[in-house]
Design a protein around this ligand. Structure first.
Ligand code: SF4
Ligand code: SF4
Length: 345
């Protein structure tokens, strides 16, 4: 692994260089809140270590995306649509890099999702260290740090950034666009000091090892917890929409008023919405909110872990911050852990 030192004043020229070859998306501020948005000048960047409401998933798997155009009439035609451009995702936090690695697995599994994968191929990822707020629990699910899945990773060591080089593409970009020098051992050691400090900051924690969570969830199907949270849940889908690892989508067709042309597009869907599991004839496989929440939580901690070999909750805390009725996935998980411990004793 190569480590370079980039002084803080080197960020602006680096971003200016990136802008020549990429659309750059990174941390900006809107209404006083950090969020990811398009950067058209280094001045737009609001280098923030705080969590954002929406994850960078939106740039790889947009909320709405045309996937096909069609035409009927004398000369019927179908045109697949793949919109992908060179893009740099700048200032991405460790949990979100883990989430992107999970999405890479999902969209490569079975029939490859060409729209996602084409976009992914054209994307470079530049990570940055962050500071947990009271809802983050990445340490409990082993995503507090990341050692792959990025091209470059910036560690703020006070006087500047120690830049961890993850790929040859990242190295080329850094050498082309920034004046750096080899990081000293003292600067590199600072990364560990900062990590150790961060590890002590978490308010939200899970009370069991991450590796035991799939088993705990597998025994929780009949837990009273689901009815309890089902009674207060609005079934609004917000928790799905903000989650960096939720990937379900619905496919719809829209016909133009000339009735001969149209588009097929996909939009994010949410398993907490009432219609998600409704099928022709009106049967709903998960009629109640309790059933839908149990399904969502099990997707994060059990079903997808069995399928893809990793937890699908990266501990970003977004669903907790967003939920209007304060349903807290970490608290719920801790209740299930407690129930499992009682059952064992
Ligand atoms: S955000 Fe909260 S209220 Fe809305 S569906 Fe999710 S758990 Fe239910
Ligand atoms: S389930 Fe909640 S905390 Fe876990 S990754 Fe999704 S939004 Fe983040």
């Amino acid at each position: 692994m190569e480590y370079r030192f980039l002084p803080k004043k080197g960020i602006a020229p680096f971003v200016t260089g990136l802008l020549k070859d990429f659309k750059v998306y990174g941390p900006v501020e809107k209404d006083g809140f950090p969020m990811y948005g398009e950067i058209t000048s280094p001045k737009d960047i609001h280098l923030s270590h705080a969590p954002t409401h929406l994850s960078p998933k939106q740039f790889l798997f947009p909320p709405k995306e045309t996937i096909l155009r069609f035409k009927n009439g004398a000369k019927p035609a179908l045109e697949p649509v793949i919109e992908a451009h060179n893009q740099a995702l700048f200032g991405i936090h460790s949990c979100d890099i883990h989430a992107i690695k999970l999405l890479d697995r999902v969209f490569s599994y079975g029939p490859r999702d060409v729209n996602y994968l084409k976009r992914r191929d054209k994307t470079v990822i530049i990570g940055i260290d962050c500071v947990p707020d009271k809802y983050c629990f990445c340490k409990s699910v082993n995503t507090m740090t990341v050692d792959s899945g990025f091209d470059l990773f910036l560690h703020d060591v006070g006087s500047g950034f120690v830049v961890e080089v993850g790929t040859q593409t990242g190295k080329n970009l850094l050498y082309k666009n920034a004046k750096t020098k080899k990081a000293t051992m003292k600067e590199i050691k600072k990364i560990k000091e900062i990590r150790d400090k961060k590890a002590e900051m978490f308010v939200t924690k899970l009370n069991a090892e991450a590796s035991t969570l799939p088993l705990i969830y597998s025994g929780s199907y009949n837990s009273p917890v689901w009815e309890k949270i089902g009674k207060i849940c609005y079934g609004c889908g917000s928790c799905n929409n903000v989650c960096p690892t939720c990937y379900c989508f619905d496919v719809r067709d829209e016909i133009k008023t000339n009735l001969t042309e149209g588009e097929r597009f996909r939009v994010w869907d949410a398993c907490t919405l009432e219609d998600f599991a409704k099928v022709a004839g009106g049967h709903n496989f998960r009629k109640t909110r309790a059933e839908r929440l149990r399904h969502r939580f099990n997707r994060k901690f059990q079903y997808l872990a069995d399928k893809f070999g990793g937890l699908f909750c990266v501990g970003c805390g977004r669903c907790i911050r967003t939920c209007l009725v304060n349903i807290n996935i970490a608290e719920v998980t801790n209740e299930l852990i407690e129930e499992a411990n009682k059952d064992r004793s």
